[in-house]
Design a protein around this ligand. Sequence first.
Ligand SMILES: *Cc1c(COP(=O)(O)O)cnc(C)c1O
Length: 456
Amino acid sequence: MDPFASPHNLDKELYSLLVQASSNLCDWFSESGSQGPIPDSFDLPEFFPAKQGVSNKVLLSELQVLMNGSYRPAHPGSLAHLDPPPLSASIVGELICAGLNNNLLAEELSPSLSYLERDLCKWFCQKLCLGDISGGVAASGGSLSNLMALVIARNIAGLESDPSAVFFASDDCHVSFSKNLRIMGLKQESLQRVPTDENGKLIISNLYLSLNKIKSEGKKCFAVVATAGTTVRGAIDPLSEIAEFCQKEKVWLHVDGAIGGIYGLSTKTSGIVQGLGSADSITVNPQKLLGIAKTSSLLLVANKNHLSSTFSTGLPYAEPITGNDFHGGELGIQGTRSAEALKLWVGLRQLGEEGIEKILLDSIRRRCYLESIIDSSKFKIISGPLHLLAITPINYTSSQAADWSIKTRSSLLDNNFMLSRPMYGNRYYLKAVMGNPNTKFDDIKILANLINQSII
Ligand SMILES: *Cc1c(COP(=O)(O)O)cnc(C)c1O
């Protein structure tokens, strides 16, 4: 048994392993509906290599053990997080990507795929109106895209060695920005949090106040982060007003559109994220709604030269690239990178523009429907224009709301609905993310009934 596929003949071993594994995976999908979103209990396989390698039969049965213990995003009740089931083409894209094992580090290690990534980023840039000299790079997740954006912004502002340099973001910005502070060697105070209004949006007048305050302390600002789709309620910060502020103050505007950026792809939904095209950089996460297998995130920039001017070091061990472009490894933090653009590209090709639009519109429809049938005399509902909403009982104290959230989450799970339980504004909520295409209106009706009955 040779564990490497033959480069000369059809490798029967690889072939039968792929056929069997694919068949098991298809079974796993088809069983998802009769199981729950997460298993009640699970076994684990042997974790370490034995003295001798095991047979394919054993490998497949051990894989099955892990599959049985996995979260099932395809279950119609899987609504807790931004983790939809994958598009079938995207699954195949990931498989082919692993087989090709190309490296986006350098063009010679990924001849066609380097072009694919560049052109796909360009397509996203055009759709999101980022202008003629825009471009982007794929990253393994939105946290990394956000980090790269901040590093670029600080570099462009010439503040990379100023430990008191500041950036602004709303109270509801993503946790990755706190992490980014640590990575960038900045103190907590370097993230100046701007309050949000009752709709969860950054209050623009407070941005002006905060800027004046840090200026009077002799500090300099290198970026404003606007969130297009906050993680708990899907609120969209006032992008156009923030862009105006940034232009006036000559400050980099980064839009964290990990959730909402994707709505800019269709003219039927792009009004929700109006102003996106005025950003200097945008994070989008196709993994979070479109069904691209994880991970799939892009950092898009209005001026693509800013990627290379920040991250290029030269790649002395690779042949020079053709044309005026840079190797993938000179456009971001990562060196060796898998061709994540492949599963994104093939997924988008499978959907077409109509399929993309349908996913976006359906997600909003499901959220609107759920929102319309939750008893508003019992619950406070917070949501923005996207596909997320969060609810908490109106007449409960925060400790009663905490008890309610634990009990209700658990009883919903008993009924095969998985919601998450975020803390927001010192209070627990139950959050539903309506991005699962397998969730039908009948399922939503059952869910709403269960929620409405959780308070008598
Ligand atoms: C999920 C999320 C991120 C981080 O993306 P990861 O892919 O999980 O690293 C950033 N910002 C927002 C608003 C998010 O919801």
